[in-house]
Ligand binder design. Structure first.
Ligand code: G3P
Length: 215
């Protein structure tokens, strides 16, 4: 089971608040033995990584060192302490060639890669590029509190089936997940972990929210 907490650009997940969520995530991982990682904005990566929590970037660009003003170089992310990156989040879509470039650039600096996809067909397409994991998230359920594992369970089982036809890439899922019950349903459907944002970041107690998700 892998819980990946995406802080997005929520105010409650920015700057000092990002560090507080990261500390809570680190403690929850230590106390429960469940793998928990946090994905802050790029500018908060170093401070979040210094808490000791496993740290993912929200995305990187498929570029080399040189003339790419404003881009996020995977090497800079790794040097800031991140060990992985999301790619192709539905709020930051890439074309297939861009995903491939970003995957290669991330691999060059040994970043773990989790590529998001909207549906089973896209999940199978990106699985063919052999990321470390695929995360299926129906965009219409993101941020709603209506969990993909209950509102649209077929999307998880279909994704697991379609992905297994092309590779042995593990499947995560996300969108609307807020409780341990939602996580349990996702795991029963074949997911190996979940991506969660608002259910943790906007909660009064991110620690309690994460504990509920993983226990
Ligand atoms: O990356 C995770 C995210 O898109 C899911 O958001 O708020 O529905 O947990 P949320």
């Amino acid at each position: 089971m892998f819980l990946l907490v995406n802080l997005k650009t929520y105010e409650a997940g920015t700057g000092d608040a990002a560090v507080r969520v990261a500390e809570a995530a680190r403690d929850v991982a230590d106390e429960t033995g469940v793998r928990v990682a946090v994905a802050p904005q790029a500018v908060d990566l170093r401070a979040v990584a210094e808490t000791g929590v496993e740290t993912f970037a929200q995305g990187v660009d498929g570029i080399g060192y040189g003339s790419s003003t404003g881009a996020i170089h995977p090497g800079a992310i790794a040097r800031a302490g991140a060990t992985g990156t999301l790619l192709n989040h539905s709020e930051r879509r890439l074309r297939l060639a861009g995903i491939d470039d970003a995957l290669n650039a991330a691999r060059d600096v040994s970043l773990e890669t989790v590529v998001c996809a909207n549906n089973p067909a896209q999940s199978a397409a990106v699985a063919a590029l052999e990321p470390d994991a695929v995360a299926v998230e129906p965009p219409e359920l993101i941020g709603t509190g209506t969990p993909v594992s209950k509102a649209d369970p077929d999307i998880i089982t279909d994704t697991v089936d379609r992905v297994s036809e092309v590779s042995d890439t593990p499947v995560l899922c996300g969108a609307g997940i807020t409780s341990g019950d939602d996580v349990e349903s996702a795991l029963e459907l074949g997911a190996e972990g979940v991506l969660v944002a608002s259910g943790v970041v906007k909660s009064e107690s991110p620690r309690d929210a994460m504990l509920d998700l993983v226990t």
